[in-house]
Each structure stands twice: as C-alpha cells, then as structure tokens.
Write a protein that binds this ligand. Structure first.
Ligand SMILES: [Zn+2]
Length: 423
C-alpha cells in the first residue's frame, strides 16, 4: 500500500482478482459471507515465507539492557502486533543480528509534537521473520513482533532531540518500566456491615454505586478514590462502550485491558502519550474511562474537517478497531476502521496489491477540504462479501474532536461508483 497519491494505472481493474466471472446466477445463489476478521490480524499480505521464532524473553521491571531502537510516529502499547518491513540494509542487518540474539528491539515514541524524542518507547519481541540464517547482511527484512514492555531511555535527553536522529536503527540503553497493579487498597476502609450485600459479580448496579458512597462517607477517603480503585466498575463502562462498536473480546486483567483500551480508543497523540507514561494500570483505566465519556468525531488532522463519526468505528481485525499494518515501502500505518466516511475524495484507481484486508481492493482517500491523505477506501472484490465497503483511516492523519466543538458544514458523500459489469 502506498503512502501518497500514486499512479495505479497498472492496477486499474478492480475486478481483475477473484471478482471476475461472477454471472448473475452465481450472484443470486451465493450466500452472504462475512469477512473473517482473523485474516487481517494474520497480516497475510506480508507473504507466506515468515518462520515462527522459538523462545521468549521474560523481562522484569527495572531490567536494563542495550537494544537497537528506531523512531516510530506514535505510541505503540504493549500487546499490539508490530508488522515490519525494513527496506534498508543497515536496519535489516541490525535486526537480523537481534533475531539471532534475544529477538528484542525498541520503537521510540515521539513527544506531543511528534518531532522530538520523548524518552519513552516500547520493547518488541520478534515472533515470526523471513529467514535470516546464513545471511549476515540481508538487504531487507520482513518480520512480525509483539510489543511487550514500556521502557525509558537510561540517559533521558537533557534537551530536545529530534526524533529523526533515530530514523535508522541505533543502539541505546533502556530500562523497563513497572506495570503497577494495586490489589484493593481500600479493602480495609469499608463498612463491613455491608459485606453481605457486596457482590463479586462483573455487573455494576445503582446499589454498588450507593455502597461506594456510603464507604466514602465514613472513611477519610473521597468518593473518587473508591471509583479509581473499583476495577469492575471501570471494566463495565469500557465493556459497554466497546459493545456499541461490536467488539467484546476484552482482556481480563487490568494491565492488559488498560493497554488494549489505549490501543483501541480514537485519541490525540497527546492523550496517547499521557496514557503511555502512566505506570499504574488502574490510573490508566481511570483516565480512559474519562476519555470514553467525551463523545467525539474523527477529523482531518490538517484542516479539522469532519471525516468520520465515532459510532461508525468497527472492528475489521480480531485485534480490535485499531491495528498496525506495513506498506511495501516499510512504513507502518496505524489504522482505525470505519464503516463510512464523509468529506473524502478518492484518488487513483483501486488496487488489490499488498492489500491488508484479503478480498478487498484499496483506493487512496483524501480530505476534500485540504486534499491531505487521510486513509483508504476498501471495496470487496466479491459481491457476497460483507462488509462490501469500509474505510481505513490513518491514526496520525485523523484526530478526535469533541462533537460539541464547531463543525464544518456537512457535505454529503459522493455517490458510489458503478459496480463492475457482470460478464
Ligand atoms: Zn483536511
């Protein structure tokens, strides 16, 4: 997939793949087929030549080590899959060496401006890679890794350091940050007489809220502290929120859940970084619950024109509504999928080459307000595949805005192009 507007004249036949030869009988006989969202999570566009790596590194908080790191355009949270294609021989050689060693490398996170080193990053462990045995100097390297641990640079920059200094892999010393997960610190600051009515269930009811208030009244601790430490209450709010966008496979433990939510909420780079630097999982969840309550629309980062509404966000990958995908140039995009978008204009012809969603062609989508690239429209090659169409928006090209803020006037979306003729 390309980053910018390109001439796709070689791929201007949207139906040149599996769609050809659909006659009317087939169309009417074929049952609707829902897209298998595990296909997108498998990153099959990277090819079948990746080999699983054995052995895992278990790192404790406080672990200090020297690892190769490279700049990324945003915060990547532990738990995310990181598909990468390193087209540069230097980077490929450094990574090939790391794969033979402990399989670890780091992605550096920029500061709020996106241009300077924040001092934070995430350690990733390669779990599948193109064969590197016997090749000390591969010219390029394709692999998949899992983000595992947040880290801080051991030598935090004293003054602003541009992130582009880390455009190529460089070795730095890092320290793994702790993931604090308090148990129930307010367990002893409660009305024991209410214990019979407390339930260990996952649901939250007005009675639970009432009991929290009663506990707070008779102890020195304010009500908000009881709310911060009430994991089940926060989990329920998060579950309800993601249920509205049809995704209910949430991680169980507070640390994994807090990272998953950070990965899957539509957030500004500033809010993402704020969630990233927090060591306490319950505090991160508390911040996320507050962010959830802000209903928002997704806007073009360049001109703030509205592109999509929150309620149109849906999951096209079993990993969630946001996923990372790499293009042929080695650029890793962070994509949020939406069922419909407005104020966009397509550029170039549809292509099925290196499509992140097997069975769909992609076409570059630009913001009509400023012609900035905001993502791609994906169209099903077969008429029985559902959804027939959706958009993948780049997280670093769109950003959320509270719905209450002034909006640009609504422009109706352009009429859909005619379907390719059935032969
Ligand atoms: Zn724009």
């Amino acid at each position: 997939m390309e980053d910018n507007a390109v001439d796709n004249s070689d791929h201007n036949e949207p139906d040149s793949g599996g769609g050809e030869g659909l006659d009317e009988d087939e169309e009417t006989d074929e049952e609707e087929q829902q897209f298998d969202i595990s296909l997108a999570a498998s990153h099959s566009y990277m090819g079948a030549g990746l080999v699983a790596m054995s052995g895992r590194s278990v790192l404790e908080a406080g672990w200090v080590g020297r690892v190769p790191v490279v700049a990324h355009h945003g915060a990547v949270f532990p738990g995310e899959t990181v598909p990468m294609l390193l087209p540069h021989a230097h980077d490929a050689a450094v990574l090939a060496s790391a794969i033979r060693n402990d399989k670890l490398f780091g992605l550096l996170c920029p500061d709020e401006s996106g241009t300077m080193v924040s001092g934070y990053g995430v350690l990733c462990e390669v779990f599948e890679a193109g064969l590197v045995d016997g090749q000390d100097a591969p010219s390029s390297l394709t692999f998949k890794a899992r983000a595992n641990h947040r880290f801080r640079l051991l030598d935090m920059p004293k003054r602003s350091v541009p992130i582009h200094i880390y455009k190529r892999m460089r070795f730095v010393e890092v320290r793994v940050l702790p993931e604090v997960q308090p148990g129930a610190p307010l367990r002893h600051a409660r009305l024991a007489s209410l214990d019979a009515r407390r339930r260990a269930s996952r649901t939250t009811t007005p009675l639970d809220s009432h009991m929290r208030s009663m506990d707070a009244v008779v102890t020195p601790w304010p009500l908000f502290l009881y709310e911060i430490f009430d994991y089940q209450r926060m989990r329920q709010i998060i579950k309800d929120y993601f249920k509205t966008i049809m995704f209910d496979k949430l991680p169980e433990d507070p640390v994994s859940l807090s990272f998953w939510v950070a990965s899957n909420l539509a957030l500004s780079p500033r809010d993402r970084l704020a969630l990233f630097v927090v060591d306490n999982a319950l505090l991160r969840l508390h911040m996320e619950v507050k962010l959830i309550s802000r209903k928002s629309v997704l806007c073009c980062s360049s001109c703030m024109g509205e592109i999509a509404r929150r309620e149109h966000i849906f999951a096209m990958s079993s990993e969630g509504v946001h996923s990372n995908y790499t293009n042929l140039g080695g650029y890793m995009h962070d994509i949020v999928t939406v069922s419909t978008a407005i104020n966009t204009e397509l550029n170039g012809a549809p292509s099925a080459e290196y499509s992140w969603f097997p069975g769909y062609t992609w076409t570059i989508a630009l913001c009509v307000g400023c012609m900035a690239h905001v993502g791609w429209r994906f169209d099903a090659l077969k008429r029985n595949l559902r959804p027939q169409r959706f958009y993948g928006l780049c997280r670093n090209h769109v950003q959320p805005r509270a719905a209450a803020e002034p909006e640009r006037s609504y422009t109706p979306p352009p009429p859909p192009p005619p379907l390719p003729p059935a032969s």
